[in-house]
Ligand binder design. Structure first.
Ligand code: AMP
Length: 386
């Protein structure tokens, strides 16, 4: 593969160029597929020899994300590199940025890695958040409890995902116990809000400051993990507009280039509250793979390459259902699922099914949102998802 000169950030990278992705999970896999379909070559860096993305890449560098030699190789092979998960070390991105285009920026990832930084920046950009307070040690508990009130959620500032690292607390004593149960790591205490719905906005922003929004997804979680996304979300245009406006403020405020997912709470009084963001395509955007004119991974390629963004228009109502390892008993009844013409199945190539592990998803397309949701529920039941 040809070695490349560092590309100026304004340059458009056309098919034939080599793109890199840090992380080889399912998001990296779907990025790899999209890029290869469009005629790009893809280098994946992931230590797992069986990684879902590595299987489909032109080159799979099997090394740690801090491995300087692997990063140098990646930087030499690629004209641009992106990430598929937020916990990539910022130093690795900085090292790569000396050799090729890196998007999103390390600073944006750093903000998304820390709930305190994320919510603080969101407020600075004019986004509404739940009341929150930083807790670095026991000495902060009193002030945090006084500031946030009850009930509240204690969340670890870092490495929390899919509801992990979170404890609901209803008293000052429970707060102390919860903080101790999280090993005293830095935490955020957050006011527990009466949620009517949870929605997300996935957007793409390119270096020319063009932003394309995918339609809002309405998300339902089970055990802290996304279960079903329904699109269009059952919210008013005013709610959707608030969510899009806040997502755009975050993207512009962070000078973000790439695909950004932003999760919001919708309260009964119509208020929309920022919850968190993911600096990458998102599980709640998987519906775009079958239901939009451009999907979130094609959009990630376009933004990374400095191309004009694709049309994010919704072509059909859709409900996305996640397939977790729990359904492998030992294998789901694929025939029962695939007998429905409106079902589109996506499996991630993971050999080992474990409870809670995301193994795949499917999209249910139907003429109306009600019918899409009905198909999702009926097929879930047929697969034995309770
Ligand atoms: P998170 O990891 O912050 O996305 O939280 C996981 C889930 O917990 C969310 O999807 C919500 O269902 C719930 N949750 C998180 N924060 C709050 C809050 N401040 N008030 C009510 N529910 C919350």
């Amino acid at each position: 593969m040809a070695m490349s000169e560092p590309s100026a950030s304004g340059e458009i990278l056309l098919p034939g160029a080599t793109l890199g992705v840090l992380g080889g999970g399912q998001l990296g896999r779907m990025f790899t597929l999209a890029a290869r379909v469009m005629g790009y070559q893809v280098v994946v860096l992931d230590p797992d020899p069986a990684s879902p993305a590595g299987q489909l890449a032109d080159v799979h560098l099997k090394a740690d994300y801090r491995d300087a030699v692997a990063l140098l190789r990646m930087g030499a092979m690629c004209q641009a590199v992106t990430t598929e998960f937020e916990n990539v070390p910022a130093e690795s991105l900085a090292m790569l940025a000396k050799h090729c285009r890196v998007a999103p920026r390390a600073e944006a990832l750093a903000v998304a890695q820390d709930r305190l930084a994320e919510k603080t920046r969101a407020r600075e950009f004019g986004c509404a958040t739940a009341p929150f307070a930083n807790i670095e040690g026991e000495a902060d508990l009193d002030a945090a409890w006084a500031a946030v009130g009850s009930p509240a959620l204690l969340k670890t500032r870092r490495l929390g995902y899919d509801g992990k690292g979170q404890v609901r607390v209803g008293s000052r004593e429970a707060l102390a116990a919860a903080f101790a149960s999280l090993d005293g790591v830095p935490c955020l205490l957050e006011g527990f809000l009466p949620l009517e719905r949870e929605v997300s906005v996935v957007l793409a922003r390119n270096p020319a400051d063009e932003i394309a929004f995918f339609p809002l997804a309405e998300n339902r979680h089970r055990n802290g993990i996304l279960d079903v996304s329904l699109v269009p979300a059952r919210v008013s245009e005013a709610v959707a507009g608030q969510a899009r406006d806040m997502a755009a403020r975050l993207a512009r405020g962070l000078d973000y280039v790439g695909v950004l997912a932003v999760e919001f709470f919708v309260l009964a009084d119509g208020r929309v509250v920022f919850n968190e963001m993911a600096p990458r395509p998102h599980n709640s955007g998987h519906y775009t793979l079958d239901a939009c004119a451009t999907d979130q991974f094609q959009q990630q390629v376009r933004a990374l390459c400095g191309l004009p963004l694709g049309d994010p228009r919704l072509l059909s109502p859709v409900a996305m259902v996640n397939l977790l390892g729990d359904v492998w008993r030992p294998e789901p009844d694929w025939a029962a699922l695939l007998r429905h013409p409106g079902v589109q199945l996506h499996l991630y190539g993971k050999a080992e099914a474990r409870p809670g592990r995301k193994m795949g998803h499917y999209n249910c397309l139907a003429p109306t949102p009600e019918a899409a949701l009905e198909l999702a529920m009926a097929t879930r039941a047929a697969l034995g998802i309770d």
